[in-house]
Design a protein around this ligand. Sequence first.
Ligand SMILES: Cc1cc2nc3c(=O)[nH]c(=O)nc-3n(C[C@H](O)[C@H](O)[C@H](O)COP(=O)(O)O)c2cc1C
Length: 436
Amino acid sequence: MGESKREMKLGMFFAPGGHHLAAWRHPDAYPAGFSFDSYVRAARTAERGCFDMLFVADVFSLTPSGNRADSFRFEPITLLSALASLTSKIGLVGTATTSFNEPYNVARKFASLDHISNGRAGWNIVTSSSPIEALNYNLDAHYGHAERYARAREFVEVVRSLWDSCEDGAVDIDKDSGAFFDKARVHTIDHAGKYYKVRGPLSIPRCPQGNPVLVQAGSSEDGMSLAAGVAEVIFTIQRTLDGARDFYAGIKAKAEAAGRDPRHALVMPGVLPYVGRTRQEAQDKHDELLSLIHPEAGLSALSKLMEVDLMSADIDKPFPAHGFENLTQTRAVGIVEDARRQGLNIRQVYERLVVSKGHRQIIGTANDVADILQEWFEGGACDGYNVMPPMMPNGLDDFVELVVPELQRRGLFRTAYRGSTMRDHLGLPRPPGMRR
Ligand SMILES: Cc1cc2nc3c(=O)[nH]c(=O)nc-3n(C[C@H](O)[C@H](O)[C@H](O)COP(=O)(O)O)c2cc1C
């Protein structure tokens, strides 16, 4: 295959136990607790599969509904710093919220990770959605949706200025003269905005990647415009080819309108692949996980997503026609639409749509999975995928052993890393920095 052929980008979205709601209950699943070893094994497997990056999400409170494998989690920067020294190529994307942080802290942490990992850091910018998270950060209630994004925009602007406050080459050690750095190449930023006041400069030299890679997953109007304005990787939930095409075209157009090269705003929908050596084996893997869903867990996940208490609902009754008029999350709106269009009962809604957190599920052989991934990739619907193994570790092992070689055979995915930074893998330029 020629070097110029467009190649798919692949992220591995890590979830303890797996992304399927009930996978952690499977006898072969990782213990869904605090197991650093499981992250190490997954990171190494994904690196063996030449993935562009691994991604860890974060929320800033214990998930109140409990009984979920992802209720307890490591702090991402701490986790990724440890993984950085046990891997050498794979990108390391961690989540930090703009709602309950200071820009200086976030800028420092991701800049440190970029140095520690030799250019493999990425920041998933989130504004946080659960009202409970605010209670852990000196607030009585979360900011309204519009204010979250107004803060996020200013927050990101400050972080980027801080990353650029130290020019490339500013640390210029001259033992003879006693000069450690060149003061003319280190700048205060003197930011005084509506929400933040930050003098700078950052106490970290400019990163190997210039700036860590910016990742974002907002899907509201405000979320998409932040993504299109700054994000270099955009995660999204898409279940239909038409919907994915619309989203893709929307992001690219908005990025262009914001003065950016749309090729540098990479759209990566999430996907849960159930891969078997035969179609029946794949279907069995899927069905086995379905059989492990306790109705209470299904209802709890559905209630949380819908922000409506459905715990006492009859699961064999049709999905309610009313009561979802004030949904705040786009993924919840999509689930209501799908449930009504397909005439699903409550059990079917959580079995088909909620078990995967709203993301698309693909069940089949490596060939079947590769066909669908290829169709979307070549059909103007995405630049790659955020792979969400339904169960860990088997789901990731299956993908790396069966699907990755098939994508490679088709010339759709690299067979070896060509560079060493995450920007190299993703084909993203190194920001030149803001010279003053
Ligand atoms: C793949 C993916 C990963 C996400 N990871 C996180 C996360 O780690 N923490 C978080 O608070 N929100 C996370 N979100 C939620 C988004 O940041 C965003 O809040 C959500 O898509 C709703 O969009 P909106 O904020 O524009 O309304 C994630 C969304 C997706 C699709």
